[in-house]
Ligand binder design. Structure first.
Ligand code: ATP
Ligand code: MG
Length: 556
């Protein structure tokens, strides 16, 4: 990790771990991050990654990366690769090999047979709809399935035949025999195996029955020796079931589940299903579109791993779900870039300036540091007779309000360069200023003019003959509503269809050669990043990461 001062958290999970280590309840903490590979990870997952890997790091333990792959139809290798990439990019390393819940399918199957043998599981012939109906409601107990009292022998036979592929999907399921009148719906004979005649990305066609998430999760934790199984609050009601399986199976360890509040961000959708919808409907260019709140989208947008980790530290970990202001994420991003991003110059609305007292072909390399405080080195900025400055830095008439602008008869300093004095300007038939003429004031590199007439303003600039043209991709928030998926309407109603504007900028030549994913502050313009995929020295492409100031909120 680039951060020299790794954060030490003192959240309630860290406290529990500290306590368990000091009482000797556990010798070494082992956590896991268990994504289902059914989509790309988003900023909410970053919170879970930082928590699980973070506490393992903090207490000298380990964190596993486990793909929770029990729904083969919705999962695929692309998602697996993207998730691995995201975790690595954030600066974390999983312990040992990657784990897959599917690695345990044989064991899970054997344990299902064991439960049948113990009279604690049965094959049920009710249809999925009937099972739902029999389950009852929060206020009414459920009803026992008519198949609940099947003998062990019959159940073993039927389960073996389910596995052999004799039955159609939805015609049979294996259920745990717990309590149909439990106030906790999760204990009303939950399904532990269902028939799915689906090809699996890891196990191929070996199985046509697949274990459910609830049945798989805790046992996978036990197999891996997870000490603290940390998940989000919606699983609180599943904990008694998690514990029931652990108590009723000959598992090698007894992990404990702990729940924390998930991250919700305003102006943002954090549901893989909805994010997938945006991709499928081509509202965005893909899962890693820079407007997406996915980790790969944020990466492409110009977030640094440190900014994401700092954000996760800032929001902390609590036992309640809250809504976090997207301004906090923006703050973490801007703060990191302000401290660490090199500076460079790009002119987005170019206006040509001709320096009349310089000869044609004049070229001089001015040296400009990349950062005002950090030692990030410097680059050469070619200074020539014709330059570009920003249109907004020129005004036709001087006024107090425009005293820092370039106006006829007035002076301006070129950033890291000389002082110029404006002589005259040209306009086209529509009244647009097309060219400014100026004189260079001699001996003003880094010092005030000898005649004592100091310039008030400093402008960014590039050489007109030496600059390169870059494509700029400017982004706005993807959603126009603070809680797009929590209104009565469809979240798609709040999509900002104009959230991408493509334009060009004149960039100093050094910027063309930078590596993809290099972050910069374009002085006086904003923070930009060289696009991860499309940037090249011959065709530079930069994405707007975020504006310079708080009032320019840009993230979606
Ligand atoms: P779904 O289960 O609907 O596909 P999910 O977002 O729960 O979506 P998982 O792949 O199961 O996706 O998530 C992996 C881990 O990340 C889980 O432990 C989950 O609790 C955690 N997680 C998911 N969303 C958030 C969030 N918004 N904030 C914090 N943690 C999250
Ligand atoms: Mg989930």
């Amino acid at each position: 990790m680039t951060d020299s001062n790794p954060s030490v958290s003192n959240n309630f999970i860290a406290k529990i771990i500290q306590e368990d280590l000091s009482t000797g309840k556990v010798q070494k903490v082992v956590t896991r991050f268990p994504p289902e590979p059914n989509g790309y990870l988003h900023v909410g997952h970053a919170k879970s990654i930082c928590l699980n890997f973070g506490v393992a790091e903090q207490f000298g333990g380990e964190c596993n990366l486990r793909f929770d792959d029990t729904n083969p139809e919705k999962e695929n290798q692309e998602y697996i690769d993207a998730i691995k990439d995201d975790v690595t990019w954030l600066g974390f390393q999983w312990a040992g090999e990657i784990h897959y819940a599917s690695d345990y399918f044989d064991q899970l199957h054997d344990w299902a047979v064991y439960l049948i043998g113990e009279g604690k599981a049965y094959v049920c012939d009710l249809s999925p709809d009937e099972i739902r109906e029999y389950r009852g409601t929060l206020t009414e107990p459920g009803k026992n399935s008519p198949y609940r009292e099947r003998s062990v022998e019959e159940n073993l036979d039927l389960f073996a035949r389910m596995r052999a592929g004799e039955f159609d999907e939805g015609t049979k399921a294996l259920r745990a025999k717990i309590d149909m009148s439990s106030p906790n719906m999760n204990l009303r004979d939950p399904i532990i195996y269902r028939i799915r005649k689906a090809h699996h990305h890891q196990t191929g066609d070996k199985w046509c029955i697949y274990p459910t998430y609830d049945y798989t999760h805790g046992q996978s934790d036990a197999i891996e020796g997870i000490t603290h199984s940390v998940c989000t609050l919606e699983f609180e009601d599943h904990k008694p079931l998690y514990n029931w399986f652990i108590a009723n199976l000959p598992v090698p360890a007894t992990p404990t589940q702990y729940e924390f509040g998930r991250l919700n961000l305003d102006y943002t959708v954090t549901s893989k299903r909805k994010l997938k919808f945006l991709v499928d409907e081509a509202v965005v260019a893909g899962w890693d579109d820079p407007r997406m709140p996915t980790i790969s989208g944020m990466r492409r947008r110009g977030f640094t791993p440190r900014s994401v980790r700092n954000f996760c530290d800032m929001i902390g970990v609590t036992r309640s779900d809250g809504m976090v202001d997207v301004a906090m994420l923006e703050h973490a991003l801007r703060d990191d870039l302000n401290k660490n991003a090199p500076r460079a110059m790009a002119v987005i609305k170019p206006l040509k300036v001709v320096i009349e007292n310089l000869p044609e072909g004049h070229i001089e390399q001015l040296s400009a540091p990349f950062h005002p405080e950090l030692d990030l080195g410097s680059r050469d900025m070619p200074f020539t007779r014709e330059l570009f400055i920003d249109q907004d830095d020129f005004k036709e008439e001087y006024s107090k309000k425009f005293k820092k602008k370039f106006t006829p008869g007035n002076r301006i300093r070129l950033r890291f360069g000389y002082v110029l004095e404006c002589i005259s300007y040209d306009k086209d038939a529509d009244g647009n200023v097309t060219l400014v003429r100026a004189n260079l004031i001699e001996n003003t590199l880094g010092v005030d003019p000898e005649d004592g007439v100091k310039p008030k303003g400093v402008v960014h600039w590039v050489s007109a003959s030496e600059c390169k043209t870059a494509e700029l991709r400017q982004y706005e928030r993807l959603f126009t509503h603070p809680s797009p998926d929590k209104t009565d309407g469809d979240f798609m109603e709040y999509v900002n269809r104009d959230s991408l504007t493509v334009t060009t900028a004149m960039i100093e030549p050094a910027l063309a050669d930078v590596a993809a994913e290099s972050n910069f502050q374009f002085e006086r313009e904003g923070y930009y990043v060289a696009d991860r995929y499309d940037h090249s020295p011959s065709a530079p492409v930069f994405n707007l990461t975020i504006g310079l100031r708080e009032d320019k909120a840009l993230l979606g």
